[in-house]
Design a protein around this ligand. Structure first.
Ligand SMILES: Cc1cc2nc3c(=O)[nH]c(=O)nc-3n(C[C@H](O)[C@H](O)[C@H](O)COP(=O)(O)OP(=O)(O)OC[C@H]3O[C@@H](n4cnc5c(N)ncnc54)[C@H](O)[C@@H]3O)c2cc1C
Length: 344
């Protein structure tokens, strides 16, 4: 049984740990703060690209494979931990502008139901999860399945010997491992430092508003012009989000709050005069064309990456974690991993 250290306990790190633990590895998952407290907490949990016909197929393949993993994953997490990630097939209504011909032909080619409702497109199969519940459930599952979770422990460097990582400096500890996986989201590039090679990733801030409304007021996800409203089961509505290139600055801004609120009211007039109960931001792991790096480091033979999922990390995580677990085990992956190769 191999010893594996995973650096970063967002959804990607947690699901990677889960996949490896199921395969019998000895896993240690390290995070400098609480598990699941960064982008994976801040996100919206829509399990679908916005909108897939605007993305390369490498993005959509991984996203659709990830989304397809959720019904079983959510059921397993709920049954094993008692925490319900609130997987819901709430459907998404796309408001104009939308190139209906392109959208419908993409949906037809991908076996997705798409119905025209006057000037809108109804996508009934689009699903969502509730991020904080998902990460809490993952955390509990890992603890109950023998994964050693080291929270509040920052990884400050990698000790290199030849073409291998000999150990990971985690807080005061030096952790030796057979393999090391970097799943540090927006921080993966600074973490890798001189070993980041051609990794052209950067943080991309997203701000979100939360409203407390009566349950059932909004039934579906509504999308318009890169803005969305997401209804949770208890009536909370998320309104998001911005995509801002401002480095590692996680502050929220009054301008974004104003703009998001205006867009929210335009889509759901009942929000007029309502104050959001919360406003937050998170840093997405931005990657060129939204294509993550999933695979082995080009030089350091026992160093692996599963990072850079940008806008769709929650959606992609089940698939990208299965991919990295297969690659680590030297097994043929369930889908072609070459588009995501580090430097590929
Ligand atoms: C506003 C917003 C809306 C979004 N909406 C959606 C959506 O609807 N659907 C979707 O699929 N995706 C969405 N996303 C994107 C998604 O949230 C991210 O792609 C995903 O969470 C990335 O997961 P991750 O595990 O790679 O990163 P993170 O969740 O950021 O986790 C990285 C972890 O690494 C840890 N770490 C960093 N450096 C170190 C270190 N040196 N030592 C130890 N630990 C370290 C951090 O503490 C953190 O916990 C959204 C994101 C935002 C911000």
């Amino acid at each position: 049984m191999s010893d594996i250290v995973i650096i970063g306990a967002g959804v990607v790190g947690c699901m990677t740990a889960m996949e490896l633990a199921v395969r019998g590895a000895n896993v240690m998952l390290v995070d400098r703060a609480d598990a699941g407290g960064e982008a994976s907490w801040a996100g919206g949990g829509i399990l679908f690209p916005l909108l897939p016909w605007r993305y390369r197929e490498e993005v959509n393949r991984l996203a659709l494979a990830g989304a397809a993993g959720y019904p079983a994953l959510a059921a397993e997490l709920h049954a094993a931990t008692g925490i319900d990630p609130e997987y819901s097939v709430s459907g998404m209504l796309v408001h104009p502008p939308c190139d209906m011909a392109v959208a419908q032909s993409w949906c037809a080619a991908h076996d997705m139901t798409a119905e025209l409702q006057e000037d809108k497109l109804w996508l009934p199969q689009v699903a969502q999860v509730r991020n904080p519940r998902l990460t809490q459930a993952l955390r509990r599952w890992l603890q109950e399945h023998g994964v050693r979770l080291l929270e509040h422990t920052e990884v400050s460097g990698l000790k290199i010997a030849g073409n291998r990582v000999a150990a990971v400096q985690a807080g005061a500890e030096m952790l030796a491992a057979d393999d090391v996986v970097v799943t540090a989201g927006a921080w993966s590039r600074p973490l890798l430092g001189e070993h980041a090679a051609a990794l052209d990733f950067k943080p991309m801030r997203g701000q979100m508003l939360l409203y407390e409304m009566p349950a059932g007021l909004l039934q579906h996800i509504h999308y318009q012009d890169d803005f969305y409203l997401i209804p949770r089961r208890d009536g909370h509505i998320l309104a998001g989000s911005t995509v801002e290139d401002v480095g590692f600055d996680k502050s929220t801004t009054a301008t974004a709050a104003r703009e998001l609120h205006q867009k929210a009211v335009a889509l759901l007039p009942q929000l007029h005069g309502r104050q959001p109960v919360r406003h937050w931001s998170g840093l997405r792991p931005g990657s060129p064309d939204n294509i993550p790096a999933i695979g082995r480091h080009p030089v350091l033979k026992n160093l692996w990456l599963n990072t850079g999922h940008f806008r769709y990390g929650v959606t992609m995580a089940p698939a990208s974690s299965r991919l990295i677990a297969s690659l680590l085990a030297g097994k043929a992956p369930f889908m072609d991993a070459s588009p995501y190769a580090f430097g590929g």
